[in-house]
Design a protein around this ligand. Structure first.
Ligand code: NDP
Length: 434
C-alpha cells in the first residue's frame, strides 16, 4: 500500500481479490515465486494528461484526464471512461484492476484498463460536452487502437460522448477504425444489445443465482439504485422477468413506487430531459414518493441491484437489508458494497453476485461489438441477446464451480476472484517476465 498512498478504493479492490487467493497460492506457489501477485498490482502503463477546453462563456477550463492500461495478458486493454468530479487516480486504478478479472471471466480475448476525467458533465451544454470530449481525445488518441486499447462508456459517458470521442479520433487519424471504441451508435459500428447489456446481464445473473435455490426473478420485490444506463436496463429486465421494481435514485435522493416503477416515465425524466429524480415522483400522480435522506436500501425488498457507484451500500444498509429479508444482491455497479457489507451478506447466507461477475455483461457485449467490427458484420438483437445470456450463464457457472473447487461452495466472491485470477496469472506466466 505504501507504493500507492491515498488510493483507498484501489487498496479496497486489491484487498478483496487477494483475500480470496489464499487457497490458490497454497496450491500454486509458483504464482508467488514468479512475482505474479506483485506484477498484477502494478499497471503496465498509466497516462495522466491535461484537458483544456472552452466553456460557453468563453472561459478556459482545465480538467485532468486518465488512462490506466493495467494488464494485456489476455488481449488489448479494455474498459470504460468515467467522467465524474470524484475521479482521481485511485478510482481509475480500482476500476482498472477489477476490469482485469472481470474481462477474464467473460471468456473473451480482452485485457483490463480504465480511464476518465474529473470533468463534471452535469449542467453542461451539448456544445461544452463536445468540446471537452474533443480535447480529451486529442491526447487519448495516441494511446489507443483496436489492437492496443479499446475504451467504452461508464458513469457520465454514454452514447452521446462516445459519438463525440469517435468523431474526433476519426478526424485526427483519418481512419474509420470502428474497433477503437465500443458503445457506438447503431449506424456507425455499434452493436445491438450493448446499451442494455450491463443491466440486463446483472438481472440474468440474479436470476441464475436464485435458481440455485429453486426461485427466480418472477415475483421478486426489487430495489434498484441509480437511474443511469445500468439502472434503467436492470429495471427493464427485472420487469420483463415478472419482478416489481420499487426504487430508483440519483445523487439528489431516491423514489419509492409501490406499484412498480413506470419505466417509460423514468426514461423520459432521466434520459431525455436529464432532470433530477424528484421530477419522476412529481409526475407520477401521487403513486410515488421522493425521499431526500437515506438510501433505497431502507426500503423492504427481496432482491437488490445496486447500480449507481462504488461504496453506495455500507454495513448499515446491509444490516437493514438483512433485517428486511433480502435474498439476493447482484452488483450492477462496480464495487457498490463496502468490504464490511460484502462480509455481512456472505455471513448472512445471501446470494451475493460481485460486480466483476454480475456486471460483466456490458464488457462482454463490447467484445461482441469488437467481433462484429472486425468481421464487418451486424448481428440481430435476438442473436446477440442469446449470446449475452449464454455468457452470463457461463460466468455464473464458472464462479460456482471454482468456489466449490477451492473450498468455498456458494461463495461467488471467491469464485469470481479465483477464476479470473488463475486465467490471467497463467497467461502472464506463459508470456515470461513482462
Ligand atoms: P450513468 O452515468 O449512466 O449513471 C450513473 C447513476 O448513478 C446516475 O443515476 C447517477 O446519479 C448515480 N451516481 C453516480 N455517482 C453517484 C454518486 N457519487 N452518488 C450518488 N449517485 C451517483 O452510469 P452507468 O449506469 O453506466 O454506471 C453505473 C455503475 O455501473 C458504475 O459503477 C459503473 O462503473 C458500472 N458499470 C457500468 C457499465 C456500463 O456498461 N455502463 C459496465 C459495468 C459496470 P447522478 O446523475 O445524480 O450523478
Amino acid at each position: 500500500f505504501h507504493r500507492n498512498p491515498g488510493e483507498s478504493e484501489f487498496h479496497q479492490a486489491v484487498t478483496e481479490v487477494f483475500e480470496a487467493l489464499g487457497p490458490v497460492v497454497k496450491r500454486h506457489p509458483e504464482y508467488v515465486e514468479s512475482g505474479i501477485l506483485r506484477r498484477m498490482c502494478e499497471p503496465e502503463r498509466q497516462i495522466i494528461f491535461r484537458v483544456p477546453w472552452v466553456d460557453d462563456e468563453g472561459g478556459i477550463q482545465i480538467n485532468r484526464g486518465f488512462r490506466v492500461e493495467f494488464n494485456s495478458a489476455l488481449g488489448p486493454y479494455k474498459g470504460g471512461l468515467r467522467f465524474h468530479p470524484s475521479v482521481y487516480l485511485g478510482i481509475i486504478k480500482f476500476l482498472g484492476f477489477e476490469q482485469i478479472f472481470k474481462n477474464a471471466l467473460t471468456g473473451m480475448p480482452i485485457g483490463g484498463g480504465k480511464g476518465g476525467s474529473d470533468f463534471n458533465p452535469s449542467g453542461r451544454s451539448d456544445g461544452e460536452i463536445m468540446r471537452f470530449c474533443q480535447s480529451f481525445m486529442t491526447e487519448l488518441y495516441r494511446h489507443i487502437g483496436e489492437y492496443t486499447d479499446v475504451p467504452a462508456g461508464d458513469i457520465g459517458v454514454g452514447g452521446r460522448e462516445i459519438g463525440y470521442l469517435f468523431g474526433q479520433y476519426k478526424r485526427i487519424t483519418n481512419r474509420f477504425e470502428a474497433g477503437v471504441l465500443t458503445g457506438k451508435g447503431m449506424s456507425w459500428g455499434g452493436s445491438l444489445v450493448r446499451p442494455e447489456a450491463t443491466g440486463y446481464g446483472a438481472v440474468m445473473f440474479a436470476d441464475q443465482m436464485l435458481r440455485t435455490r429453486g426461485q427466480s426473478m418472477d415475483g421478486q420485490k426489487v430495489l434498484v439504485s441509480g437511474s443511469g444506463n445500468v439502472a434503467l436496463n436492470a429495471i427493464a429486465k427485472s420487469q420483463s422477468l415478472g419482478a416489481t421494481v420499487l426504487t430508483a435514485s440519483d445523487s439528489s435522493g431516491y423514489v419509492v413506487d409501490e406499484d412498480g416503477i413506470d419505466l417509460e416515465l423514468l426514461r423520459q425524466v432521466k434520459e431525455t430531459e436529464r432532470a433530477r429524480i424528484g421530477e419522476y415522483a412529481e409526475r407520477r400522480g401521487g403513486k410515488a414518493r421522493f425521499v431526500q435522506d437515506g438510501t433505497v436500501w431502507d426500503v423492504p425488498g427481496t432482491v437488490a441491484i445496486p447500480s449507481a457507484t462504488q461504496n453506495e451500500l455500507d454495513d448499515r444498509s446491509a444490516k437493514t437489508l438483512l433485517e428486511n429479508g433480502i435474498v439476493a444482491v447482484a452488483e450492477g455497479a462496480n464495487m457498490p458494497s463496502t468490504q464490511k457489507a460484502t462480509e455481512m451478506f456472505l455471513a448472512g447466507d445471501v446470494l451475493f453476485g460481485p460486480g466483476k461477475a454480475a456486471n460483466a455483461g456490458g464488457v462482454a457485449t463490447s467484445a461482441l461489438e469488437m467481433q462484429q467490427n472486425a468481421t464487418r458484420d451486424t448481428w440481430s438483437f435476438d442473436f446477440t441477446h442469446e449470446k449475452l445470456e449464454q455468457i452470463m450463464t457461463d460466468i455464473h457457472d464458472r464462479c460456482l464451480t471454482t468456489a466449490e473447487e477451492y473450498g468455498s461452495p456458494g461463495n461467488y466472491v471467491a469464485g469470481a476472484n479465483i477464476a479470473g485470477f488463475v486465467k490471467v496469472a497463467d497467461a502472464m506466466l506463459a508470456q515470461g517476465v513482462v
